[in-house]
Ligand binder design. Structure first.
Ligand code: BG6
Length: 477
């Protein structure tokens, strides 16, 4: 079996910045930083029209952190030097749709955006770093949301195809692994981020809108694979879900059944469609129970069948609990809330640390899909401290890496075809869940706070050297 590639990742909206005059406004640019309160994550994640209108108002008194990101556009050369020094095999990044097509519906791309990504691809090639390209990581041009209702509209498939055709034509030859959509199941548990749906004032999302939007992303993914095959593009195409590694709270049969149902709808559904090319049986009763009625054509179903993904990938940060008992103590998870597990410690943000859960997830994913597996996101979000001498001591992150990497290697020994591991937010970036800089994943520190103060200078954390050494060892071994 081939060796695991060790990598690092960022996402355009969280990393790039370069907002004023350089790109169109997108859905992430409208999310303000709200100092951490118990529901800040929810408020900044499920957006209403009122919040968006305020974001568009030049006199808004709020800070919009995604507009600055980590100022990646200004630090690009230095950052890629750092990635090269670290010795990573693979860099995962995403293209900002609104940097390329500011309104999403232009016929030709924005030249400044093309030039920026030309530089990114060229620099990575010079450094011999392989590319894992996320074509769309959450952010959608705001115009698509306001004029077309986001992914709810079939027309958005055509707009996405214009974007993806451009990306494949101009940069397709540089890419090893393509991912049409980040964490596609986010459309279900976080509809604004995932599928660009705006929440009714004090209301909820309609399930029909959510699943219709997801269907349009499935079709876009299949169409992109079809186009790439016709163009003779060499890279392989994947799908990605966020994995939650559920445990039943008790051996009560009802808790175990709940686990199966939670996994099906929250976790497997999207990957089942993208990997197997058809809607799974368990969604029929779910749709019936929730009055979901979808507009799906035979031609679309044929596309899904004919153009399934080549590899499967997932994000894994922590594990979750399934229970029918609604009174259990809650803790936060990756854009979702779960019940506390008494056997696990949690991060400052309540994410439960569970390395064994990663090995379990690797086995479950491989068992279900039998396709090469990539861990496309994993890491530890913490409030690091920059010392006066420029050092950052993050033993907790090294510990997290050490334990998780050991489980990945065991997963490989179990026989899972693990192709790559990609450390999330390898250079500190704005948190996608809580819109703050304070929750840092990087092995490179970015000197800025959650309100955008600071010079954004880069500093190596202790984990930088640790990861570098680990990668070197893996290459020797
Ligand atoms: C995943 C996303 O959900 O988790 C990333 O794909 C995100 O964009 C990551 O940053 C970690 O979540 P958070 O909320 O800690 O940034």
């Amino acid at each position: 079996m081939s060796k695991i590639l060790w990598g690092g990742a960022t996402a355009s909206s969280q990393y790039e910045g370069g907002f004023d005059g350089e790109k169109g406004m997108d859905t992430q640019d409208c999310r303000p930083y709200l100092p951490r309160t118990s529901n800040a994550t929810t408020e900044t994640r499920l957006l209403t029209k009122k919040v968006i209108d305020k974001a568009k108002d030049e006199n808004s008194d709020l800070f919009y952190p995604f507009r600055k990101g980590s100022r990646g556009v200004d630090f690009l050369e230095e950052d890629i030097e750092l990635l090269a020094e670290m010795g990573i095999d693979l860099y995962r990044f995403s293209i900002s749709w609104s940097r390329l097509f500011p309104n999403g519906d232009e016929l030709t791309p924005n030249e400044a955006g093309v030039e920026y990504y030309d530089r990114v691809f060229k620099l990575l090639k010079e450094k011999n770093i392989k590319i894992f390209l996320t074509m769309n990581h959450y952010a959608v041009p705001l115009n698509i949301v306001e004029k077309y209702d986001g992914w709810k509209n079939k027309e958005t498939i055509n707009l996405y195809m214009r974007f993806s055709e451009y990306v494949l034509t101009r940069w397709g030859e540089y890419v090893e692994y393509f991912l049409p959509f980040n964490e596609i199941n986010a459309g279900y548990f976080s509809p604004y981020n995932g599928v660009g749906l705006v929440k009714e004032e004090d209301g909820n999302y309609s399930f029909t809108d959510v699943f219709q939007s997801l269907h349009h992303q499935f079709v876009s993914s299949a169409k992109t694979i079809k186009l790439a095959r016709e163009m003779g593009i060499k890279g392989t195409f994947g799908s990605m879900i966020s994995c939650f590694c559920y445990y039943p709270l008790t051996p009560k049969p009802e808790d175990n059944l709940k686990l199966v149902q939670d996994e099906q709808v929250n976790q497997w559904f999207c990957m089942d469609v993208l990997s197997k090319g058809e809607y799974p049986y368990y969604m029929t009763p779910f749709f019936k129970k929730n009055d979901v009625v979808l507009d799906i054509t035979e031609e679309e179903m044929q596309l899904l069948k004919d153009y399934t993904c080549d590899f499967v990938s997932f994000s894994y940060y922590s594990s979750s609990i399934s229970t029918t008992d609604e009174d259990g103590k809650q803790t936060a998870g990756n854009l979702v809330v779960t019940t506390k597990n008494p056997y696990l410690k949690a991060s400052e943000w309540g994410w439960q640390i569970d390395p064994v859960g990663l090995r379990t997830t690797l086995n479950k994913v491989y068992d279900r899909y039998q396709k090469p597996v990539i861990i496309s996101e994993n890491g530890f979000g913490a409030n690091d401290v920059l010392e006066a001498d420029g050092s950052i001591h993050d033993p907790y992150r090294i510990d997290y890496f050490e334990q998780h990497f050991a489980e990945i290697l065991k997963g490989k020994e179990d026989g899972v075809d693990v192709r790559a591991y990609i450390a999330w937010g390898i250079i500190d970036i704005v948190s996608a869940g809580s819109c703050e800089m304070a929750k840092r994943y990087g092995v490179v520190y970015v000197d800025a706070d959650s309100e955008g103060n600071g010079d954004y200078k880069r500093y190596k954390k202790d984990s930088f050297t640790w990861y570098k050494n680990f990668i070197e060892e893996q290459k020797k071994g």
